[in-house]
Design a protein around this ligand. Structure first.
Ligand SMILES: Nc1ncnc2c1ncn2[C@@H]1O[C@H](COP(=O)(O)OP(=O)(O)OP(=O)(O)O)[C@@H](O)[C@H]1O
Ligand SMILES: [Mg+2]
Length: 253
């Protein structure tokens, strides 16, 4: 059982408060969805959890299994089993997908993986994801289409075997067939690994495949409402304004 606990996180960028006293606890086997208008701080939250040093915590604590991880670097957090699938995955010139994944997995697990054996494992995973086999020998995300980059994030998730998965708009850019594949594969990974998932999304379509236990509505840097899937239905029907009119209470976990 792993527990990620975010306590009163406050993040400022260029004197603007982006996250404000943000609280959330996520346990193994739980799926939390966060929805919220553009610019409300969802991606900022994901990067702060991962330890991106472009973002400074003004206040607050991040605990992983009761251990304070505020000062841990990105790779130290990755070694604990935290994984972030980025909204906009960058490309890395000169490093092939296969080399990148093998190095990352070796560092995470503290042991070497034989090239041929590792390639075999990647090949079977790319096949499951309906990805082109050639992609693993190309530089990471170089020339990849928007949807291909998103699938590549899921390939990374499968190969790195995290226990805590954050997916930032993994559905954006995917065609309907790819959305189904990605949704089903993430759900399958969750069942196999009992990981926890934090899904950031704008639409219900992803949540048809990956069923959330909790849906949180985020506004101006904090969670303002928590519920179940019914919140998403309400949101798709009426938009944010209506949902928030009916509930101005703060919900804390
Ligand atoms: N490096 C930065 N410099 C200035 N402003 C920033 C920086 N990073 C984030 N912001 C601002 O912080 C706010 C939150 O951005 P963030 O990317 O977290 O939003 P989001 O909720 O993920 O939005 P979206 O749904 O569009 O992805 C935005 O107003 C954004 O412009
Ligand atoms: Mg975002």
């Amino acid at each position: 059982m792993h527990i990620l606990k975010l306590e009163d996180l406050t993040v400022k960028i260029e004197n603007k408060i982006i996250l404000k006293d943000f609280n959330l606890t996520i346990k193994s086997g739980e799926t939390h969805a966060i929805m919220g208008p553009n610019g409300t701080g969802k991606s900022t939250l994901s990067k702060v959890i991962m330890g991106d040093n472009n973002y400074t915590l003004e206040k607050g604590k991040i605990y992983f299994d009761d251990k304070l991880i505020n000062d841990l670097t990105v790779d130290e957090r990755a070694r604990l089993g935290i994984f972030l699938g980025l909204q906009m995955p960058p490309s890395i010139d000169g490093v092939t997908n296969a080399d990148f994944l093998r190095t990352a997995r070796s560092i995470k697990e503290g042991k070497e993986f034989k090239l041929m054996q590792f390639i075999k494992e990647i090949n079977s995973t790319t096949e499951k994801l309906s990805m082109d086999k050639d992609m693993i020998h190309r530089p990471v995300n170089k020339g990849f289409s928007g949807g291909e980059r998103k699938k590549n994030e899921i390939l990374q998730m499968y190969m790195l075997k995290p226990n805590t998965v954050i997916l930032d708009e993994i559905d954006s850019g995917l065609d309907v067939d790819s959305l189904k594949i990605v949704g089903e594969k993430v759900e399958k990974y969750k069942k196999e690994s009992n990981c926890s998932i934090l899904l950031i999304t704008h639409y219900q379509r992803l949540l048809n495949y990956i069923k959330p236990d909790f849906v949180h509505i985020m506004l101006d840097g904090k969670i303002v409402k928590t519920g179940g899937l019914e919140l998403v239905t309400e949101l798709e029907k009426n938009g944010y304004k209506k949902i928030l009119e009916n509930n101005t209470d703060e919900v804390k976990e």
